[in-house]
Design a protein around this ligand. Structure first.
Ligand code: DQA
Length: 143
């Protein structure tokens, strides 16, 4: 399978950013683990702090790639435009969050994008990405 991982705003600072919430690994560390674990699959990674770039990335790959894992960061809670982009493409999208957003501030309890996604995985740390990839692979087998 060809799988695209998209990380949104501030996720370039993983490893440095609020380590008590997001841990001390960088996403490069996590990405290396994922590509080694799922070595029979091809991965493409995009991180952007800009809503429009995330939308452009969804448009660019969202009709050809087999699956997308999306951590939209804080845009999760605000972006109707990203939700519309997800609804406009044909590749399945799984929403992920590293932290358990439901145990955090109230404004993180609502996601504007969940209803547009195939499913959501929340709160398992970096394992949220692995679980999302497994879900995409399983679903692809049963297609
Ligand atoms: C996050 C949760 C969001 O509320 C936050 O804005 C992030 C990261 C997570 O992965 O836990 O940037 O998406």
């Amino acid at each position: 399978m060809n799988i695209l991982i998209i990380n949104g705003p501030n996720l370039n600072l993983l490893g440095k950013r609020e380590p008590e919430i997001y841990g001390t690994l960088t996403f490069d560390d996590v990405f290396s683990d994922l590509t080694a674990r799922f070595s029979e699959h091809n991965f493409h990674y995009v991180q952007s702090n800009h809503e429009g770039t995330i939308i452009d990335t969804l448009h660019e790959h969202g009709f050809t790639i087999d699956g997308i894992v999306l951590n939209a960061g804080a845009y999760t809670h605000t972006s109707i435009a990203i939700a519309d982009a997800i609804r406009s493409i044909t590749s399945p999208v799984i929403e992920v969050h590293i932290s358990n957003v439901f145990r955090r501030e109230e404004y993180r309890h609502h996601s504007t994008i969940s209803g547009a996604c195939m499913g959501t995985i929340v709160g398992f740390g970096f394992d949220s990405y692995r679980l999302a990839i497994e879900a995409l692979i399983e679903r692809n087998k049963n297609k």
